[in-house]
Structure formats: C-alpha cells, structure tokens
Design a protein around this ligand. Structure first.
Ligand code: TYD
Length: 231
C-alpha cells in the first residue's frame, strides 16, 4: 500500500528518511476537516472528538497552522495583517508549520494508535494558496505537500460545503485575520479548489454545512466508525 495513494481509506506511514528503512504500519487513523471559514468545522470537530472519546478512543486534535509551539509562531506570522508575504513564501510558511506538526505530533500519535483529527491539512493550501492566490501548478504543490506532510494522507477528509454568502455572513460578526479578510472573489476560487479536490479524491466526503448540526455529526460519526472498524 503506497502512502501517497490519495484514495487510501486506511493510511500507512511512510516516513521520509535519508535511509530506506520502511516505517512500520500503525493502527492510528488520520481524519481531516476542510471548508471555507465559517463553515462550522470547529463545532463538528468538538462533537466528533467527544463521541470518539466516549467510545474509548484516544483522540488528538490539532489545528493548522499550529499545534506545536513553533507552528503557532508561524501561524501568528501568517495571520498578522502587518505582513503580506509573497505567495510562494506563504505556501512555504504554511508547509513549514505543517512539517513541524506532522513530525512532532501527528506521526508519534498515529504510531501510538490514536485517532488524529486535523482542523485543516494540505488541502487547505491547495484551495487557499493554489486556487485562491492562483500560484504554483498542481504537481509542484503535490510535491510540497508530500514533503511537508511527511507523506501522510488522511483516511477521510470531511468537507463542509457552504454557500459563500452564508459563510461571509457568519464571518462578518467576528474579527477577521489576514486571510479571512480577503474578498468574495478570492473565496469563490477557494471553493472551486475544494470542489475540484472533492471530485478528484475518494477520501473527500462532502457534507451540507447548512443541514442541522446533529445530522451532519451523525454522518461524520458513521464514516469515522466505518474506518475504525474496518481493520
Ligand atoms: P483557521 O484556523 O481555520 O481559522 P480560524 O481559527 O480563525 O477560523 O485557519 C486560519 C486561516 O488560514 C484560514 O483563513 C485559512 C487559512 N489557511 C490557508 O490559507 N492555507 C492553509 O494551508 C491553512 C492550513 C490555512
């Protein structure tokens, strides 16, 4: 089983090292959540975390960019309106934060058998920087993602789909960071990016973010349970 098979329902860790020792397969499960700002990811992540813990699973939750002290520092730089990084620099900073999280937290947790839930992963970079900013071709991005994610690929990516107008309305009430402050045209390109990813990769599960919270949670839990019980 290749770690870079994007439709793999179970993932295998293939650690990128200078030597050729294959890393042991682990029993952990990696799940990611994607969607534009204001799509309700955080609510669904808390519900899923709670439900899985109640069933006795060890669950780790990380947000991107962030999750380690260094990655949180990089997050501050990325979201600070005082800087407007060059688009390639921006991709590399998100990727640097990701590599740190993958190496220091996600890989060890998976090896310990945890369910690891990610609030965003490399698909956010494809959608926001690749499509939103319109930089770098797909192949270049995929190579960077493989490097930064240490070849990890989520078993399932829950994609919360929401009309842009709704998301922008939800966001309007809050204080916005640098990326949330971008215009509607930017977010339309981000959505187009997510839609392309959802068409291309079987690991993507699109969900209607306007459905009742409990209904969305039920769908998410049943998909997660299916993966956890298919050994
Ligand atoms: P997020 O933590 O989801 O925002 P918040 O907690 O404020 O709701 O993500 C921060 C912002 O970074 C968000 O606007 C999306 C953006 N982002 C990218 O542009 N590229 C990426 O690769 C990631 C992970 C996030």
């Amino acid at each position: 089983q290749r770690a870079d098979r994007l439709d793999a329902s179970r993932l295998t860790v293939q650690k990128r090292t200078m030597t050729s020792h294959p890393a042991p397969a682990h029993r952990g499960l990696l799940l990611s959540f994607e969607g534009i700002d204001g799509s309700g990811k955080s609510t669904q992540i808390s519900l899923l975390t709670h439900a899985l813990r109640q069933r006795g699973h060890s669950v780790s939750v990380y947000r991107e960019p962030g999750g380690t002290p260094l990655s949180e520092k990089i997050r501050d730089l990325l979201l600070d309106p005082a800087y407007e990084p060059d688009p390639v620099t921006e991709i590399l900073l998100f990727s640097a934060a990701r590599s740190e999280l993958a190496a220091r937290r996600i890989l060890p947790d998976l090896e310990a058998g945890h369910v690891v839930i990610l609030d965003r992963f490399f698909d956010s970079t494809t959608a926001y920087q690749g499509y939103g900013n319109g930089v770098l071709g797909e192949q270049a991005l995929e190579s960077i993602h493989r490097l930064a994610a240490h070849a990890l690929v989520p078993g399932i990516t829950f994609y919360l789909r929401i009309p842009i107008q709704h998301a922008l309305r939800r966001l309007a009430a809050q204080e916005k960071d640098r990326i949330e402050s971008k215009d509607e045209a930017f977010f339309s390109r981000v959505v187009e990016g997510y839609e392309q990813l959802a068409r291309r990769h079987r690991r993507f599960i699109p969900l209607d973010a306007l459905a009742p919270v409990e209904q969305i949670h039920g769908e998410i839990l049943s998909h997660a349970t299916r993966l956890l019980t298919s050994a």
